[in-house]
Design a binder for this molecule. Structure first.
Ligand SMILES: C[S@@+](CC[C@H](N)C(=O)[O-])C[C@H]1O[C@@H](n2cnc3c(N)ncnc32)[C@H](O)[C@@H]1O
Length: 413
């Protein structure tokens, strides 16, 4: 007999009876999707795995603790036959056929009248992959195709523009510290859908090279600001591009709200009536020390970490940082934008009680191919920065955590 391809369909199971025979691993894997589909699930099985039992305890399914008996499938719309008894499976399968109930069989795909596709979800779409016929069934292959499609949609490498639902506006996207793998899935997808990207110098610059040619990429540092401040000029550029109906991504290094001026941009957009979404990012304040083998906390060593900006010196009247108070803390101090001022910062910390021997690490261009770590102490850091020619961007870590763990950067792969 010629073998025809399976006919794909989406079952709408809300409130409809689905009978599952067998409470083992197969049921455990399949039940969550049936529950999510709103099915009225009846499990018939003398035993069940602890996870399946928990679903019954939570009232998500009805569990009858017994073996299959003829008549169990009479009211079913759909059945999953997965007991460990081949005779019971065959009998249930025959009953399903008599009652015209579509049925999946875990032990015999040939005898089944339905197959479960490999499924995944991304942004309101269900991806379901089936092999064409029983002969070609290879569950690993279908699962791998499903993964490739879902991951591609999530990370933006598979671009499917939302022609009908896409709304113009601005997304403030935290791009992470620099390694292109360290942006969020949502950020990467929004980037793939953008018409215009306004990018900072810091962050995952490599991702910009992957954008299709029609995407306009603007370097935020090069936006002319004439009578405006640079930030105002960036805000205006965001507003103007969004008003032209374009999808704009403002790609920032790290997290938009950690010394990223994200809120200023959000407020300017709100005042202009432009819809804006904010996508968090992995901040360099934690990830860059981590990439250099430094945990910002460690049991028995540091129970707190404080992130401060070092862009103005401690004695500068514009400084909002209470350096004398920080000198009294026992935890980790993480200084961003502090390379130029580290000498005066170290002096201030020592003057207010921190030991001159406190370890310090400077991690330059963390998570990128150019990453390097330079170690010092509060007493030596000023001269070390000059001698080693440490340049921004760098994250400076002050505290005993610097001496914890290996000096070899942890592998990110
Ligand atoms: C204006 S702040 C932005 C911080 C960013 N929003 C974040 O959450 O990481 C810039 C500072 O972040 C730090 N920084 C950002 N990316 C870095 C990297 N890859 N390596 C070292 N320092 C980095 C440096 O201290 C730099 O001067």
């Amino acid at each position: 007999m010629a073998e025809h391809p399976a006919y794909p369909v989406g079952l709408r199971l809300t409130g409809r009876r689905v009978v599952v025979l067998g409470g083992g691993q197969v049921a455990q894997r399949r039940l969550p999707a049936l529950i999510a589909a709103g099915a009225d699930v009846l499990l018939v099985s003398p035993e069940a795995t602890p996870s399946v039992e928990a679903m019954a305890d939570a009232g998500e399914i009805t569990w009858e603790r017994r073996a299959y008996t003829s008549g169990d499938l009479a009211d079913a719309w759909y059945a999953l036959i997965a007991t460990s008894d081949p005779d019971a499976n065959a009998a249930a399968s025959a009953e399903a056929e008599r009652h015209r109930v579509w049925c999946v069989r875990s032990d015999d795909a040939d005898a089944a009248t339905a197959w479960t596709p490999a499924t995944g979800h991304s942004e309101g779409v269900t991806v379901a992959v089936l092999t064409t016929n029983a002969r070609g069934r290879d569950p690993r292959h279908t699962a791998a195709i499903r993964d490739a499609v879902v991951e591609g949609l999530r990370d933006g490498t598979l671009v499917a523009p939302h022609h009908r639902t896409r709304t113009p506006g601005v997304a403030l996207v935290g791009g992470g510290p620099g390694d292109p793998d360290l942006i969020t899935v949502r950020g990467r997808r929004l980037l793939a859908e953008a018409d215009v990207v306004i990018a900072d110098r810091l962050g995952p610059r490599d991702l910009l090279a992957e954008l299709p040619p029609h995407v306009e990429v603007i370097d935020a540092a090069k936006i002319p600001y004439g009578r405006y401040m640079a930030q105002e000029a960036i805000n205006n550029a965001l507003i103007e591009h969004a008003r032209q109906g374009r999808s704009v991504v403002r790609l920032k290094g790290g997290d938009p709200y950690v010394f990223g001026r994200g809120m200023e941009e959000l407020q300017a957009l709100a005042e202009a009536g432009i819809p804006c979404t904010v996508v968090p990012g992995i901040s360099s304040s934690i990830s860059v020390p981590g990439a250099a083998g430094i945990p910002v906390t460690h049991r028995g060593v540091a129970h707190e970490f404080t992130v401060v900006s070092g862009h103005v010196a401690p004695d500068d009247e514009r400084s909002l940082v209470d350096w004398p108070a920080l000198a009294k803390l026992t935890g980790t101090l993480v200084v961003l934008m502090g390379v130029d001022k580290i000498g005066r910062i170290a002096e201030t910390l020592v003057a207010h009680g921190k030991s001159p021997d406190t370890p310090v690490a400077l991690v330059q261009e963390g998570t990128t191919a150019a990453q390097r770590r330079v170690d010092a102490t509060l007493a030596t850091v000023a001269e070390t920065v000059v001698a080693e020619d440490v340049k921004p961007p760098a994250v400076i870590v002050v505290g005993e955590v610097v001496a914890v763990g290996s000096r070899t950067p942890a592998s990110g792969a």
